[in-house]
Design a protein around this ligand. Structure first.
Ligand SMILES: Nc1ncnc2c1ncn2[C@@H]1O[C@H](COP(=O)(O)OP(=O)(O)OP(=O)(O)O)[C@@H](O)[C@H]1O
Length: 237
């Protein structure tokens, strides 16, 4: 168990919407749910450092990452975040193993061996020499997840990380992801449209709509007293 925790408070205009959220994550995973356009991806980008929020404090592992009133902003590369964004994020010109090796330390050979080990554990050793451009959507998603975990992050941010996988691969990867997160006690925020992800990870649900948190708690409790039609539909197991 790492004991690492992240706490944030943010108020940030994005397009026509105002994102206004307070959130905390520790060893127990948080599942962010909500309709398209609710602000889930923007929130992850703010935590990862890709979007600089107008009005926010983010504290993680006892350190200040963002304090907009003081003008503090820790560079994304120094946040030790494993971020799996929606859509492509691998380095197109590199091979698969080079992508996984990117955040690792050591000589080229050491990094290669470590990357191959990671790929093997995640059922992707057969892809190691391939160029990223030659991967299918599901293969690329698997590699992106491996790259995020290989860099020993302190915080894992997953934006619909299993959405491109076929049903069998999704079930298998979901199980492995849940085991890994639990074994490492790795603080994790996952954006998902699938209640099975919430159940497998034993996550606390945080439901967002139009930039705000509208309900949070256990999946079971949300299904019994849903605060919105979306939550009823999502949790209606
Ligand atoms: N850079 C931007 N400029 C203007 N509007 C933006 C920008 N980024 C996002 N938005 C808008 O902000 C809203 C929230 O987008 P966001 O991607 O965070 O939603 P989401 O909850 O992740 O949705 P989805 O489930 O579709 O991925 C959307 O209406 C989107 O169009």
């Amino acid at each position: 168990m790492s004991g690492f925790a992240m706490r944030l408070k943010v108020r940030h205009r994005v397009g026509a919407m105002v994102l206004e959220v307070a959130l905390e994550v520790g060893a127990r995973p948080v599942a962010l749910i909500g309709p398209n356009g609710a602000g889930k991806s923007t929130l992850l980008k703010i935590i990862a450092g890709g979007v600089r929020p107008r009005n926010a404090t983010i504290e993680a592992g006892g350190k200040c990452w963002v304090d907009s009133s003081a003008g503090d902003f820790l560079e994304p590369a120094r946040r030790r975040v494993g971020y799996v964004p929606q859509g492509p994020s691998l380095f197109e010109h590199l091979r698969v193993w080079e992508n996984v090796a990117f955040g690792l330390e050591g000589s080229r050979e050491e990094k290669r061996a470590a990357a191959l080990g990671w790929l093997k554990r995640w059922g992707a050793e057969g892809l190691s020499e391939r160029r990223v451009g030659a991967l299918s959507g599901g293969e690329a998603q698997r590699v992106t997840l491996v790259r995020a975990l290989a860099a020993s992050p302190q915080l894992l941010l997953l934006d619909e990380p299993l959405s491109a996988l076929d049903a069998i691969a999704r079930r298998q990867l979901r199980g492995q992801l849940a085991q890994t997160i639990e074994a490492l006690g790795l603080p994790t925020i996952i954006v998902t449209h699938d209640w099975r992800d919430v159940a497998a990870l034993g996550a606390e649900v945080v439901a967002m709509e139009e930039g705000r948190v509208v309900q949070r708690g256990e999946l079971q409790a949300l299904s019994e007293t849903p605060a919105s039609a979306f939550i009823a539909e999502f949790s209606g197991v």
